[in-house]
Every structure is written in structure tokens, then in C-alpha cells.
Ligand binder design. Sequence first.
Ligand code: PAF
Length: 287
Amino acid sequence: MNAVPVVGRVAELREAADAARARGGSVGLVPTMGYLHEGHQSLVARSAAENDLTVVSIFVNPLQFAEGEDYGTYPRDLDRDLEMCADAGAGLVFAPGAEEMYPQVPLTSVAVEGLNAVLEGWSRPAHFDGVATVVAKLFAMLGPGRAYFGEKDYQQLAVIRRMAADLSMPVEVVGCPTFREPDGLAMSSRNVYLAADERPAATVLWRSLQAGRDAVVQGSRDPGEVEAAMASVLAAEPLACPDYAAVVNAATLERPDVLDGELRLLVAARVGRARLIDNLGLDVGRL
Ligand code: PAF
């Protein structure tokens, strides 16, 4: 298999994208923080099927980690990532250093107000501003026609969609389904933190989402009741420390008074060193 070219400078990235566009080609972007898994590969493969040049960015973005979070220990393995990118059909990897992404302390930040403050924002208040800012920079650096994000980080996808719409960014934000292990655990780079005895316990997030879905399917339209069904599954797992179990409107992320239309069930819990999140979509109109 051919190795995928890697660049670290914005000027090289732009040159490659401009050359593809000059040939009449389209450019797709898959932003990542590396330590790739099959879920990332599915985004790359989708982009490669829909665009002439697929760029994968690999950058562990310090802006989206708070003091005391895992920025320093976030798993990194560039060689393995490059093989996985090549395997999935990437045309170029952009792997900049922090000094290339942030040559000076940024005075500008992108805040998608409201969407940045709920759910993950309750315990990670500055997280989504960091995500939106780096993704806005990547869009400005590359100018992709499409950008691909996993639904596993559902709130992130909602934040980025809204940012792109509010700022009239000429990019189609494409959401792609979550990839799961056979026992239901959503694939995540942070699953590597799970110790052997914690790994089976981590399926509690998926089990909790299923309990929430079952409650809605069985007729509950009361968000409190559905959240209680999810929370009780989380609470029953001794190795899990639950953060939240919520049911919200899929577009606004607001909690409705009565469950109707397109919903998203979302859960977060700490299992050992790993803080895990997961979610599930449900359309009440189609039950
Ligand atoms: O989902 C991620 O890996 C990151 O939040 C992203 C979108 C690459 C921004 O750093």
C-alpha cells in the first residue's frame, strides 16, 4: 500500500488543496486528534468516496482541554495513524505542531452560545469553545467543501453545524454514525484508558441508552421518567461514576416538556481513568 503524504505547515496544506481544486477536484476534511480507530476510518472512507482529495488532520488541540484533563497523556501514535489513514483512502495528512496552529496566543475564540454550556459543557465549560475555534481554523486553513464528524460526539457535531451555519462557512458538515464494539461500547480513543476489569463495565453507557429507548418505545413521553430509566442503569454499575443521563431535542439540545419529534438520548460517566460519552437518536414520530 502507498504511504500517505504528511505535511506539517499550513502553506503546504493550502498548496495541496489548491492544486486539487485547480484540477477541478473537491476537498474533504476529517479533523481528528489522532490515535485513530475504525470509527475514524469510516469517516475517512466516506470522505474518500465523496471527494477527490481527503485530508485528515491530526492535532491534539490544547484549547479544548481544561487544567487537570488528559491533554499531556492523550494517546498518540502517528505511525499507526498514518497506516490507518492510508488504509482508509486518505490523500493527505496534516499533522501540525502547536506552534504552527497557534503561532501566537489567540485573542479570538468561537463560542456557540447555549450549545456550548449544556451537557458536556456542564462539566467542561471551555471545551466547545476550544473545539469550535480549532475547527474554524482548520476550515480557514484548508477550505474544505465537506467536513466529516462522528455522531459519537453528538454535541460537538451540533456545535460545529451551528457554527458553520451562523458564520456562513462554505462547508457541508457531514455527520456519520457511531462505530461500536460487538458488545455495544462506542469506539473512542479514550477506551485505551480502560483497565481489563473496567472494559465490560464500560458497556453500561450503551445499556443505559437502550433502557432510555425502551422507555420511550413503551410509551413514556416524560423526559424525567426516561432520564430516570437511563440513570438507574448507570447507577447499578459499581465501576461507573455517572455524570449525566439526558434526553433532548436533537437539533436544539434543549430538554422538551413532552417527548416528541427527533430526540437524542445522551449519557456520560467516568469508568476508571476514562470519561466516556455516548448517545442514541430516536424519532418519536416513527416509532
Ligand atoms: O473530535 C475530535 O477529535 C476533536 O474534538 C476535533 C474535532 C478534531 C477538534 O480538535
